[in-house]
Design a binder for this molecule. Sequence first.
Ligand code: SF4
Length: 244
Amino acid sequence: MTEDSRIAVIDATAAGKGKRTFTREAIGAGTRSICGVLEKHHVPAKIFLVEEILAKGFPEEFTTLFLSGMSMDKTAIRKAIALWRKDHFGKVVVGGPITSELLSALTTTMADIIVIGEGELTLEELLTKGCLNGRNDNSFAGLLEQINGIGFFSTDGKPKLTQFRRYSTREEFRAFQASTARITDYPNYFSAKVYVEVVRGCSNFGGTRLRLPDGRQCIECGACDGGSLERRAQCPSKIPPGCG
Ligand code: SF4
C-alpha cells in the first residue's frame, strides 16, 4: 500500500438488504482479524456497519474498500459498492462467507477482488505485492493470477478464480493477532456480545445436501458427519464445509 492508504472495512454481516430492523447484539470476529493484518502492515483502517454507510455515506478520506458479509447480505454489499464507486476509484475487496459462492460472489457484487476462505495469508500477499494499490482497473491481473484463494476480473473482463489456498497451519494461525483497537468502531461495543476466535473452523462442518449452482452434489458418503475436522473437510464432491 502507499503511504496515504486508508481502508474502510464494512461489516455487512446479517444486514440483509441494508436496513436493519433490530439492534445488532453480537459482534463477529472476522473484520477485526482482517484489521489485525492491516495493523501488522501499518495500514490505517476503520470498521463501519453497512447500514451506517448506506444512511450517511462514506467519509472522504478512504482509499480502498473492504466488505464482509454472508450470502443473505448481497443486496447490502452491492448497495455499499455502488455508493463507493460514485465518489471513489479505489479497489473493492469482498470477503467472508459470501465468497463460498465463488464466481457468483464476484459477478453479483462486481468487486475487484474476492478473498475466498481464510483471509489473513491471502490479504498479506495482496498487500506485500501491491495489488490493492491504485484504481479499480484490472492492471494487476498478471500478479493476481499468482495469488491463491482469490477471484478477480482478468484483462479481457472475464471473471476468474485462482487455486484454492490450503488451510493455514496452527503456527500460521497463531502468527496473526486480531485488532483489539477496532472494537470501539462498533457503536454498541460496550454492551454487545463480542466474539473472539479461539478455534478456527465452521461450527457446522457438514456439507449441504442441496445441489450447488455449479452442479456439485453431495453423494451422501457421510465423511463430513463426524470424526476429525480435517477429515470432515475432505469432501469427495468438493462441497465446502458449512450449512449442512
Ligand atoms: S463429505 Fe461431501 S459428499 Fe460426503 S456427505 Fe458430506 S457433503 Fe456429502
